[in-house]
Design a binder for this molecule. Structure first.
Ligand SMILES: [Mn+2]
Length: 327
């Protein structure tokens, strides 16, 4: 029984400004290399940590292309929805999204927290659960999203699209620390997406927490230039579970695919953004920059009823869908 984990592919049809390559071709090449790994290493299933798509409703051409590549992996693909897979970060919009369509057609199997999937093979039973993104992720009690019970099986895996990290970002940034979750989850492996830079493999209380980083390098941050896109292979064939990272051979060095001028500009922008965020902070207590975060922050500060907040977020999702249709 061997599983392959990858995350944050952000399939899309266009290249961001600072990419020097044809990103869609690069992403197709990566998926073909993953398919080759699946065959060579005799992988039984692929697990995706969310943000399969860069937007919830990519064009049909992009959907068809990458949907076919997922199918050509030749093994079941299990996934959780990421924030980019949904409208307005709202899981209720899933049926209108490309990921929802693929799930309905059986090309991807969506993992849920309360309905474990059991994979059996080679005398090993693996319990698989997952928690997709939602707008309370990393804001409400993190154990609701990150901690699971092992009901049955030799190994329990929980897949989450959330900002799980080994140390906190800037103060007030929504994130969940591994040390907060580790004592309470029974998952032997917590596999995470969302934080594109990933974090070092961490073992706490005998449980592993892994995020190999996004398969795509979308931003021009200096850390992204140095990072090699990789997948993780989990091997349960021996006496005890082992895992290792496998860097993709086709991924070119960051300096080749990310534009240098754009990198400098990005560093400058980061600095300006930090100043801007500081300015906003001193004026109020807004802890986020996305519209959802601002709505959330206003609702909490003014003590608005839960229905009002949910309705505001629902309308925001609707408007975003509308804008996307017009584009
Ligand atoms: Mn992502």
């Amino acid at each position: 029984m061997r599983l392959l984990f990858l995350t944050d592919t952000h399939f899309r049809g266009t290249s961001p400004q600072h990419r020097r390559d044809n990103l869609m071709e690069t992403q197709k090449e990566k998926m073909r290399e993953v398919a080759a790994l699946v065959r060579e290493l005799e992988i039984n299933a692929v697990i995706h940590g969310g943000d399969l798509w860069d937007s919830p409703q990519p064009s049909l051409a992009v959907g068809a292309e990458f949907g076919a590549l997922l199918k050509e992996l030749g093994v079941p693909v299990y996934a959780v929805p990421g924030n980019h897979d949904l409208f307005g970060q709202n899981p209720a919009t899933l049926p209108r999204t490309m990921l929802g369509l693929l799930a309905r057609w059986g090309i991807v199997h969506l993992l849920e927290p309360e309905k474990p999937v059991f994979l059996r093979g080679g005398g090993v039973v693996v319990q698989l659960t997952g928690q997709g993104f939602h707008y309370d992720m990393d804001r409400r009690d993190p154990l609701l999203d990150y901690a699971v019970r092992k009901k049955e099986g030799d190994v329990a895996i929980h897949v989450v699209h959330g900002m799980l990290l080994d140390r906190s970002l800037y103060p007030g940034a929504p994130c969940t620390l591994i040390e907060r979750v580790a004592p309470f989850t029974q998952a032997d492996y917590t596999l995470c997406g969302h934080a594109h830079l990933g974090f070092p493999d961490t073992c706490l209380y005998g449980r592993w927490f892994l995020n190999p980083g996004a398969l795509v390098r979308l931003s021009a941050l200096p850390q992204e230039v140095q990072r090699r896109p990789q997948v993780i292979v989990l091997d349960f064939t021996g006496g005890r579970p082992v895992h290792r990272a496998v860097a993709l051979k086709c991924a070119r060095p960051g300096e080749e695919v990310l534009d240098r001028a754009a990198l400098e500009e990005a560093a400058f922008r980061e600095e300006r953004l930090a100043l801007f965020v500081q300015g906003i902070r001193s004026g109020g207590d807004y802890l986020g920059l996305s519209l959802e975060e601002i709505v959330d922050s206003i609702a909490r500060r003014q003590g608005l009823a839960e229905e009002v907040r949910v309705e505001a977020l629902r309308r925001l999702g609707k408007v975003q869908a509308e804008i996307l249709r017009r584009e």
